[in-house]
Design a protein around this ligand. Sequence first.
Ligand SMILES: [Fe+2]
Length: 346
Amino acid sequence: MIAAAVMNTSMTMSTLSKLKEDPELHDYLVLRVGKAHLRQRIGVETEHVADRFGQGRTLFHIENWHAAAAIINVALKITGLAARGRANALDFQVRHNEWVLPHLPEVFEGFTLLQLSDLHLDSLASFPDLLAENISNLEYDICVLTGDYRFLTHGPQQNAMLGLERLCRDIDRDIYAILGNHDSILMTKPIESLGIRLLLNENIQIEREGDSLWLAGIDDPHYFSADNLEKAYDGIPDEAVSLLLAHSPEIYRHAAYVGFDFMMCGHTHGGQICLPGEIALTYNSSAPRFTGAGVWSYDLMQGYTSVGAGSSVVPVRFNCPPEITLHHLRRGGMQPSTAIVAKRDC
Ligand SMILES: [Fe+2]
């Protein structure tokens, strides 16, 4: 099924050309995201493929500067750290966070979300199998994927989609997802063909015994600027608990103003190659550094930035292990709290 969906794409064709050749896919995407959203995505994906400067929310995009990978690889070879960095990139840590939400319905006490971010599934051949092994024994109620399925920001998507298909075999709960800055709108159909519900400026109601919480997701805010918080919040009652998936933390202030209770994001990789003490050289984000990794809050909204399970540019990590995140929701007092626990099961 995946193969059929992705066979329509090739390395050399633009998103516009691919959709002109495949009216059925075009109609599918119009139905899913609407004409205006699709046209914006097509415009950026066609005119700004892998731009190093200017597009989106940051001035420079290191993931599109191919010399960066060459420079890092040379440095790793000279220092003899390549094998260590690669082993680090597969040394997954499970993090548990507890979030106190004062108006959480009682029936959702202990409700747990498995967050997997920045998978870049085609970075290393062994990555999907190893990640699947690491999540197979975890307990959770739903899984959320916060974007970046492909290693590069452009080119073929088949291997990333095959990796996602492999991962899904070990996820036995409902999966909700968003797209990141490495993800074409053309991935919508193959991802949804796996039974994953993409939330592209949309929300869904999760019901239990007559009570609900709401999960919203926005399209990539970092590079494609395809996010629309207004659409994503549409229909959510003010008194409801609302959770937001966003690829990057860059829209955190507006998400808080809108009224979301808790925002889960990724994109920064926590710096990926860090100094000792997990000090990031860059978070590749226009948002302030306090949103770069882990737990944070702004106004009445609590937030969490995953450092990601995968790797970008070069599949290595230093002083920033890849993470698998479990968010446990708790019913609490009158004041929202910042993170209660953030620990690693080593
Ligand atoms: Fe990423």
